[in-house]
Ligand binder design. Structure first.
Ligand code: PLP
Length: 442
């Protein structure tokens, strides 16, 4: 049945004839065809091999075609492809058990969704029902998903065309020292000032109206701004003081990406934690919400008013079981941490000492951003917020001809390879980036 799907020209032509793509004006699109993939590599329609430093949309945490995940999906498909949510099923039960074993604190129950946006929608619904309050606070420079409420809490330009109704969403500034909204000059100052600002927003919005604060534990697409010391603890304290639920969006930062199972883990236990992407390396769509015992108790006797056909789909959950067990067996999380501190971080700092365009290097684990600027003094971004520039386009083209696929967003390049990429392959990719920067900014 699938024989025609191997022809890259046909794939391209049918795409242009019939496929409607995300977040894009359709007419000018020229999508790259991907014909095969293995580990950290993909192959384009012309047969060129590219090193996938994007992990696609930052989700193939164990790389492409990992044999254990593929085998688990095949085994599950041969046994039982799908069961409706009301039934119990081994793949779903085991996935929930393994996820709960790694989430912090008492996040002991898991509600499965199809992806990250609907996980956030449900987490907010749970927080609203649990507290009886309407509003949700979120940061500028964030992404929480493309469905209506998730895109309204999002703090990036994808929200603007969708801001067409009152949804009880309020935005505030999170910490971001390089472009501080508070004129801070140290991480400690930024942390403390961002917390006072949040406290003011809570006070002026009315604490009794606020159900939840939703935060990416480390903002991802918005720029990988690792929070300064004390910030997440401070948010937890504000939430406790005002009876507000803390929702940690770990859709991108979770499952080892940041060198920990979850980026919040050491500091705080959120009331709700949302995940997707790395939970099963994205092989089959899956997301979910892990909820605290207190929120679980709210729905122990009272029905939770929400659900979806594919909640805990067997193929997706089988992929999650294999992913999590592989990560445990191969010590993937520690490897991600080591790659960040011993390989990626130092190499990026070295690039920054050579290339004037690099205004800041920041990140942890396999989760890094280069903030590119046209002028280091003024920190003027190499592309405007929400847009692109000829320099960014040229840099991406140069990376591609070197054989590297980097993740780009406005004036930033993100280095987000699979967590099990061999050290020499990571170094090779960073050398390609070095040459592409030299070629573009000579
Ligand atoms: N939350 C975060 C932090 C994300 O990075 C994303 C996707 O990039 C989402 C939510 C939305 O996830 P999905 O695209 O699976 O709906």
């Amino acid at each position: 049945d699938l024989r025609n799907t191997q022809d890259p020209r046909r794939a391209y032509e049918l795409d242009r004839a019939h496929v409607f793509h995300s977040w894009s004006a359709q007419a000018a699109l020229d999508p790259m065809v991907i014909t095969k993939a293995e580990g950290p590599y993909i192959w384009d329609g012309q047969g060129q091999r590219l090193l996938d430093f994007t992990s696609q949309l930052v989700y193939t945490n164990l790389g492409h075609q990992h044999p254990r995940i593929v085998a688990a999906i095949q085994e599950q498909a041969a046994t039982l492809c799908t069961v409706a949510p009301a039934y119990a099923n081994g793949a779903r039960s085991e996935a929930a058990h393994l996820i709960a074993a790694h989430t912090p604190g008492d996040l002991n129950h898991v509600f499965f969704t199809n992806g990250g946006a609907d996980a956030n929608e449900h987490a907010i619904r749970m927080a609203r029902l649990h507290t009886g309050r309407p509003k949700v606070l979120s940061t500028y420079r964030s992404y929480h998903g493309g469905t209506q409420l998730a895109v309204n809490v999002t703090g990036d330009p994808r929200r603007w065309p969708n801001d067409n109704g009152s949804t009880g969403t309020v935005h505030f500034f999170g910490p971001f020292l390089y472009r501080s909204a508070f004129n801070s000059s140290t991480p400690e100052e930024e942390s403390q000032r961002a917390l006072s600002h949040l406290e003011q927003v809570i006070t002026l919005e009315g604490p009794s109206t606020i159900a939840a604060i939703i935060l990416e534990a480390i903002p991802g697409t918005a720029g990988i701004m690792v929070p300064p010391p004390g910030y997440l603890t401070g948010v937890r304290e504000l939430c406790d003081r005002f009876g507000i639920m803390f929702i940690a969006d770990e859709v991108m930062s979770g499952f080892g990406r940041a060198g920990k199972w979850f980026a919040v883990s050491d500091e705080v236990v959120p009331d709700l934690l949302t995940f997707a992407k790395g939970v099963n390396s994205g092989y089959v769509p899956l997301g979910g919400v892990a909820l605290s015992d207190a929120i679980y108790a709210t729905f122990a006797e009272r029905a939770y008013p929400g659900g979806l056909t594919y909640s805990g789909h067997a193929l997706a959950c089988a992929a999650a079981v294999a992913t999590i067990r592989t990560m445990e067996d191969e010590d993937t999380v520690a490897n991600a941490q080591r790659l960040g501190s011993a390989v990626i971080g130092p190499a990026l700092q070295e690039l920054a000492s050579k290339h004037e365009w690099i205004g800041e290097v920041r990140g942890t684990g396999c989760f890094w951003a280069l903030e590119l600027v046209s002028d280091r003094e003024t920190r003027s971004p190499l592309a405007p917020y929400g847009g692109s520039s000829p320099q960014m386009a040229a840099l991406l083209k140069a990376c591609r001809s070197e054989g590297l696929l980097p993740f780009a967003n406005y004036n930033r390049i993100h280095i987000v390879p699979p967590l099990n990429t061999p050290d020499d392959v990571v170094r090779e990719g960073l050398a390609m980036l070095d040459r592409a920067l030299t070629a573009t900014n000579s």
